[in-house]
Unconditional design. Structure first.
Ligand code: HXC
Length: 261
């Protein structure tokens, strides 16, 4: 499917989804969010794709936020619909069966930071800048920032970022646990993200999917419910050929090629 605001490339089990509105620093408008929903469904249904990397087109921005020009004239009802739309798309990513890596190549502000937060793992260029500047526009974060940022970096760091609206650099993002890795600006961020994705996709896909669900579950569940969820997911693996083949290959000192079933 052809997209106006996205570039989707699929190669060797990996999909790279680029947010492609560089003239507006990849700001997210309704049309783009609709396309993202379509692209995510397309990737979800493509069994050749085992992991997704999300990045921004151009050398300046990952995503500089939701589109301020579009939001400016919204009324309360339209604003709620817009927030719900973005939240829905980002939740699709969070709940995708496939691991999603954000390769944050520049500004990740407002909705852009919220997009990165909905990904499973965040890798940033050393020139990336993160922030939630909404309060300086008279609004609050609305694509999940108040919730996911808090769960990822804790309430104190989240409140400082959300209250001040100021940007933090990649080193600070690493320090507070907002990103997993920082890649020096002279290195190829996308290549590093691919390397990380390849370490994931060599493993059993069903096991990765169940692990993602179980870790997501841990964010909200109490420990007993979470452990129960883990037990049943662990047991489900034993219905797969990959478990049989993976364990047999280990014992026979052979290399396994997982089938995803
Ligand atoms: C619409 C945007 C935009 C955005 C940048 N642009 N960010 N357009 N929405 N979020 C446009 C600019 O208007 C400009 O268009 C072009 O991109 C280049 O941006 P400049 O500002 O000229 O670049 P620069 O001086 O380098 O500054 C970069 C920047 C700045 C620091 C990232 O653009 C910036 O502060 N952007 C807004 C960041 C922000 O407030 N994000 C949060 C939005 S609220 P022209 O036509 O002049 O070239 C949000 C809410 C989410 O995300 C929840 C919703 C429910």
């Amino acid at each position: 499917m052809a997209y106006q605001n996205l570039i989707l490339e699929i190669e060797d089990k990996l999909a790279v989804l680029k947010i492609n509105r560089p003239r507006a620093l990849n700001a997210l408008n309704s049309e783009l969010l609709g396309e993202m929903a379509q692209a995510i469904s397309e990737l979800e249904n493509n069994s050749d794709v085992k992991a997704i990397i999300i990045t921004g087109e151009g050398n300046k921005a990952f995503v500089a936020g939701a589109d301020i020009a579009e939001m400016k004239e919204m009324n309360e009802r339209e604003a709620e619909d817009f927030a719900r739309k973005g939240q829905g798309v980002f939740t699709m990513l969070e709940q995708s069966a496939k691991p999603v890596i954000a390769a944050v190549n520049g500004f990740a502000l407002g909705g852009g930071n919220e997009l990165a937060l909905a990904c499973d793992i965040r890798m940033a260029s050393s020139k990336a800048k993160f922030g939630q500047p909404e309060v300086g526009l008279g609004i609050i974060a609305g694509f999940g920032g108040t919730q996911r940022l808090t769960k990822i970096v804790g309430p104190a760091s989240a409140k400082e970022i959300l209250f001040t609206g100021e940007m933090i650099d990649a080193a600070e993002a690493l320090r507070i646990g907002l990103v997993n890795h920082v890649v020096p600006v002279e290195d190829d961020l996308l290549a590093k993200a691919r390397e990380l994705a390849e370490k994931v996709v060599k493993n059993a896909p069903v096991a990765i999917e169940l692990t993602k669900k179980a870790v997501n579950y841990a964010v909200t569940a109490d420990i007993d419910t979470g452990l129960e969820h883990e037990c049943s997911s662990f047991a489900k693996c034993f219905k797969t050929e990959d478990q049989k083949n993976g364990m047999a290959a280990f014992l026979n000192k052979e290399k396994v090629v997982f089938k995803g079933k």
